[in-house]
Design a protein around this ligand. Structure first.
Ligand code: ZN
Ligand code: ZN
Length: 100
């Protein structure tokens, strides 16, 4: 009787200790365009939502995609998608060039 109570108390202590020592593993870093990984990149705070790049949501948009003419990405993201052979995120048109 006494022994089983002792085992129960010990196992409870062990389980609570292991919860205290539990370290959540940080999520893996998402793959970002090169210009977002550079240290000291320009942070433009308080951008209105319609001025934000739709990809990184940190830089100001305004890079013009050709031929579709969408201007919803910053130059860095637009160039990254253009160079990796991607499509316009707004209309899925093939990006032929990017105009800053
Ligand atoms: Zn961007
Ligand atoms: Zn487009």
């Amino acid at each position: 009787m006494e022994l089983s109570r002792f085992i129960l108390a010990t196992s409870l202590r062990l389980s609570s200790a292991s919860v205290e020592n539990y370290q959540p593993t940080p999520p893996p870093a998402a793959s970002l365009p090169d210009h977002l990984l550079l240290p000291g990149r320009a942070m433009e705070a308080n951008l209105a939502e319609e001025q934000e790049c739709v990809v990184c949501m940190e830089q100001k948009n305004g890079a013009e995609l050709r031929p579709c003419g969408h201007k919803d990405m910053c130059f860095g993201c637009a160039n990254h998608i253009f160079k990796s052979g991607g499509h316009c995120p707004m209309c899925r048109a093939v990006i032929a060039s990017v105009k800053e």
